[in-house]
Design a protein around this ligand. Structure first.
Ligand SMILES: *Cc1c(COP(=O)(O)O)cnc(C)c1O
Length: 354
């Protein structure tokens, strides 16, 4: 356990905090945060502080060279009001893999985990035990050295912010546009790091996607422009001939924890799973011939979101039943496991002491 320096104002802020009428994912944030600074080659003390604006120098590295990484995970409650984190150690490990890729210092895993427990312990009254309700946690780190040379920053700031979250998508299923004109990530680039640059690379295409009446962009591999990779913030799955298929991991795909968990869970149910290259043209043929019966996206925010159609140039393929049996079963069982409503045979949950 790290010794956390606590500002009592952070705790009183949280005690007084009342949720607004309509909670907006990512916008409704609680009025406290955790912070830790890295300088002289080491991390300082973790601090629990009132939510505040960050003051950085205009020459800070992050503003020019995007030396930044983040994570996203949730805390959940069961009917007994017990509170859990889902596989937070996987997020801590991935945070450090991202740090390594971006030339940033690693953050001790226990410091990362302790920050999560601290924020959730003092914020759990802001979300209910209703299924679908949760508390979203956003750890992030950036280089703040004021120096315009293209070299890694010598100083960093780690922060954790968070807020209550309902269901991410209000729609039961989403429409997806396949992007052919640009790539989100390059081969051997930074696609498997959770860093702002990958999201920046997706913004223009996402804009086009919504202008054309679609909800999400599907990215193809950066070498052949042929194989399905993922959505801008979620991994991709298809059910083809009753096999659960997902693109095999590469260094241009983010290694989703929900993705990995769904694969393990599916196998434990005796569902056949396959990680392989999926050609977009073959996939659309399989949707049209009804061999592909379900498509969905996976990620922390929504667990699993059914996809109703894929649009590629002038071609559009509709899935027969977007809320298919396999999607429903996997979503329900992963959600029950995450929220402490079922057994935890994989030891994925971590309980938060309140
Ligand atoms: C975070 C993220 C995901 C989903 O990862 P989870 O660990 O399942 O939340 C998928 N793709 C991208 C690009 C991401 O940034």
């Amino acid at each position: 356990m790290n010794d956390i320096k606590i500002d009592q104002k952070a705790i009183s802020n949280l005690k007084e905090f009342k949720n607004p009428e309509d909670i907006q994912f990512g916008k409704t944030l609680v009025p406290a945060l955790l912070k830790c600074e890295y300088k002289d080659g080491k991390w300082g003390q973790l601090e629990f502080l009132p939510y505040h604006k960050i003051l950085i120098d205009p020459a800070a590295k992050v503003l020019h060279y995007a030396q930044e990484i983040f994570e996203g995970l949730k805390s959940y409650k069961n009917d007994e009001e017990e509170v859990f984190l889902f596989r937070p150690i996987e997020n801590a490990k991935r945070f450090n893999l991202s740090a390594l890729r971006m030339g940033m210092p690693e953050l001790p895993e226990d410091l990362f985990i302790d920050s999560l427990h601290c924020l959730v312990k003092h914020s759990h009254h802001t979300f209910s035990k209703e299924l679908g309700d949760s508390f979203y946690l956003r750890p992030f780190m950036f280089g703040d050295e004021p120096q315009l040379g293209v070299k890694p920053s010598s100083t960093y700031q780690y922060y954790l912010i968070g807020g209550p979250a309902g269901n991410y998508f209000t729609k039961p299923s989403v429409k997806v546009r396949v992007e052919k004109e640009s790539h989100r990530a390059s081969s051997k680039g930074i696609g498997s790091a959770k860093t702002g640059g990958n999201y920046a690379a997706s913004m223009a295409a996402n804009k086009l996607t919504s202008e054309q009446g679609y909800d999400q962009t599907l990215w193809l591999d950066p070498v052949y422009g042929e194989f399905v990779e993922e959505l801008s913030g979620m991994n991709f799955f298809a059910v083809i001939d009753d096999v659960l298929v997902t693109p095999e991991l590469s260094n241009s795909i983010l290694h989703g924890i929900t993705r990995a968990s769904l694969l393990e869970l599916a196998q434990s149910f005796g569902i056949k799973v396959q990680e392989k290259k999926i050609s977009i043209n073959e996939l659309m043929d399989q949707i049209d011939s009804k061999n592909c019966t379900e498509l969905f996206a996976s990620g922390t925010a929504s667990v699993l979101t059914p996809i109703e159609c894929l649009r590629l140039d002038d071609r559009e393929s509709f899935v027969k039943n977007p809320n298919g049996l396999m999607s429903l079963k996997l979503k329900d069982s992963l959600q029950r496991l995450q929220t402490g409503r079922s057994e935890d045979p994989f030891n994925w949950r971590q309980q938060v002491n309140l």
